[in-house]
Design a protein around this ligand. Structure first.
Ligand code: PLP
Length: 360
């Protein structure tokens, strides 16, 4: 062992040394359909109004540590019940980290598999016990009997359920989720990152269950660059979490920009409506290709299965043709032979379909 290796093993926990970093592909020059971003920007007149707000921002001062004004706007925009509290994060990723940091040592974290990789990644990084809950192979639905039995035997401190799920795109059965909330003695986090693309939500059940928290983000709506997520729930829990939050985690430019952006709900509604329409069109187009099996989606992406062992070739061929999507087959299991495409502008989606037809 070299001196530097000895230093690293002395100062970095083994569970962190064992991790592989979350890699993001370099997208320069590609039609970018890999990261669930909203492809639309803002009309010039709205950008001009925004610049006036930015102009007034006092960046020499610390931001409002509680982001009170933004919290109010978010509560209204998302119809959070008046008696629920919210906590903001630098992206919902930071909120996942905060939730897991607050857990007692040796806690157990559960999430379906496949699902959003950060639940497992952060749990392992913090040295917590992580337990995956395998989804059913035919429809990516929760295996309720197995899930409830696992909860009963392992008593997890926290369960994450992405609703709709990433990367599969489906909404889990809501009765199954309610049973999980009812039978779990720990926290249940419903991660509604894709709320802009579905009418289904657990926000109106926040007042019914004190162990339920609902997390959302503005990233998929069209503000991924600003990094803002929030979690809503019972004030007694949010107040505890707030103690572990860094005081100035939401910078002033994010605070004033998101507040400004959400004062233009019609603009986002229009963009979201186009994307949902494109999602339906893309699903139909993918369904006509006999080598491709798309999964129904309530989010702004579609997961699809290729012929056996063809995912890498198709991914590479798309890339050579200038279209970047996400390859999931390295995650193995139910995602073997799977690729995920984000819904883009109509012309981007057409370019993807054309490239895909030539790739298969
Ligand atoms: C994208 C995504 C997030 C992360 O959102 P940020 O607010 O950008 O950190 C969280 N959960 C799920 C399920 C996601 O797909």
């Amino acid at each position: 062992m070299s001196e530097q290796e000895a230093l690293i093993s002395a100062v970095i926990r083994p569970e962190i040394r064992a991790l592989t970093a979350y890699k993001v592909a370099d997208a320069a020059g590609y039609i970018k359909l890999d990261a669930m971003e909203n492809p639309y920007t803002w009309p010039e007149e709205i950008k001009a109004e925004w610049l006036k707000i930015i102009h007034k921002a006092e960046i020499n001062r610390y931001p409002d540590p509680e982001a009170k004004s933004l919290c109010q706007v978010l509560k209204e925009y998302n119809q959070i019940p008046a008696q629920s509290e919210i906590l903001l994060g630098n992206g919902s990723d930071e909120i996942i980290q905060l939730l897991l940091m607050a857990l007692p040592a040796n806690s157990t974290v559960m999430a379906p598999e496949p699902s959003f990789v950060m639940y497992k990644q952060i749990a392992q990084c913090l040295g917590l016990n992580y337990q995956g809950l395998p989804l059913l192979a035919d429809n990516f639905e929760l295996d309720l009997a197995v899930t409830l039995a696992t909860i009963k035997s392992q008593q997890p401190e926290i369960i994450f359920l992405a609703y709709p799920n990433n990367p599969t795109g489906n909404l889990f059965d809501s009765d199954a989720i309610e049973q999980i909330i009812q039978q779990s003695k720990g926290l249940v986090i419903i991660d509604e990152a894709y709320a802009p693309f579905t009418d289904f939500s657990f926000i109106n059940r926040l007042t019914k269950y004190t162990n339920l928290l609902v997390m959302r983000t503005v990233s998929k709506l069209g503000l991924a660059g600003l990094r803002l997520g929030f979690i809503a729930g019972d004030s007694s829990i949010i107040n505890q979490l707030n103690k572990a939050r860094l005081p100035y985690n939401i910078n002033i430019l994010t605070q004033c920009s998101v507040e400004f952006a959400l004062s233009h709900p019609d603009m986002f509604d229009q963009q979201t409506e186009i994307l949902c329409h494109e999602r339906a069109r893309m699903f139909l187009q993918l369904s006509t290709l006999k080598e491709i099996e798309p999964c129904p989606s309530a989010a702004n992406f579609i997961l699809f299965r290729t012929a056996k062992n063809k995912a890498t070739d198709i991914f590479n061929s798309l890339k050579e043709q200038g279209v970047l999507i996400k390859i999931l087959s390295p995650q193995k299991g139910l995602l073997s032979d799977c690729l995920r495409v984000t819904i883009g502008k109509p012309e981007e989606n057409n370019a993807f379909i054309k490239a895909l037809k030539s790739a298969i």
